[in-house]
Design a protein around this ligand. Structure first.
Ligand SMILES: [Mg+2]
Length: 277
């Protein structure tokens, strides 16, 4: 008999957690119920492992997660069968890495900045207090946001066409620059949320007889690859009540802002509401 495992790949900021106050309160009971019922709830965001772990601890869960826009899949001890999947162990957790170390990203970024002629205001080179004040994060969270292992967050405020004019310089350095909800993120050009999800599915298939069924939830352009690489993609509304302009015929546009939309999809999975959200 074929058995199935459902994995929910979810963005965080503006999707599972509130865009403005970063609260996870609305989704919390649903995340816990889904996990109790055997679902995998896999965070997939631009956030670092440290940030994602803090959120997991807040929710009382221990799950694999995809960090820094697809740069690595990091799973709890024993999640992957190490006789099948090569992993790097850091503090007991299993890492499958798709991106490159931050030091290398920052070196390449410096070359882009010198061509451009000004700093793009990377978080790692800012005072923690300044990161806290522009993000609204407390000092501890701001420090974690600075400690990126595979990417760099840029806080420069530039017109869209200026960002676009930098694309070829990033590309030349083997980097890509992704617009997020508030900031831009620079990562190795080989890493993306979609590639990480495909890798996750491939690793799963290699070690399990259960068929992986994937749900995806996101809120912004930065989630395009996430949504393209799951069986059931869902787009929640942004704080202004609109949906991000993402193409994709199969995408279900959920009538709810951020976590409110997330909860609607969770209720559907839990059978609390009819299939149409
Ligand atoms: Mg988001």
């Amino acid at each position: 008999m074929e058995t199935r495992k459902t994995a929910i790949f979810t963005d965080l900021d503006g999707t599972l957690i509130d865009f403005n106050d970063y609260s996870s309160e609305l989704a919390r009971p649903y995340v816990q119920r889904l996990i109790e019922l055997g679902y995998l709830v896999v965070f997939c965001s631009s956030k670092t492992f440290q940030e994602q772990r803090v959120l997991q601890e807040e929710l009382g869960i221990e799950m694999p997660c995809i960090v820094e826009n697809g740069s690595a899949i990091i799973a709890p001890p024993g999640f992957w069968d190490e006789s099948i999947t090569p992993v790097r162990i850091v503090n007991g957790w299993q890492r499958v890495e798709l991106g490159k170390p931050a030091a290398e990203i920052r070196q390449r970024l410096a070359r882009v900045e010198s061509k451009f002629g000004e700093s793009l205001l990377g978080f790692s080179r800012m005072m923690t207090e300044d990161v806290a004040s522009i993000t609204g994060l407390d000092i501890g969270s701001a420090r974690r946001a600075q400690e990126r292992e595979y990417s760099e967050t840029l806080s420069a405020k530039l017109p869209q066409d200026v960002w676009e004019s930098l694309d070829s310089a990033f590309e030349y350095e083997g980097l890509k620059c992704l617009p997020g909800g508030r900031f831009h993120t620079v990562i190795d050009s080989s890493a993306d949320k979609g590639a990480a999800i495909r890798k996750f599915a491939e690793l799963w298939k290699a070690q399990s007889s259960e068929t992986l069924v994937s749900f995806g939830l996101g809120d912004s352009e930065n989630d395009q690859e996430l949504l393209e690489n799951v069986d059931w993609p869902h787009l929640v509304k942004r704080p202004n009540g609109s949906w991000a302009g993402i193409d994709g015929r199969r995408i279900e546009r959920v009538n709810g802002v951020g976590p409110r939309g997330w909860v609607k999809v969770a209720k559907q999975l839990l059978g609390e509401t009819p299939a149409k959200v």
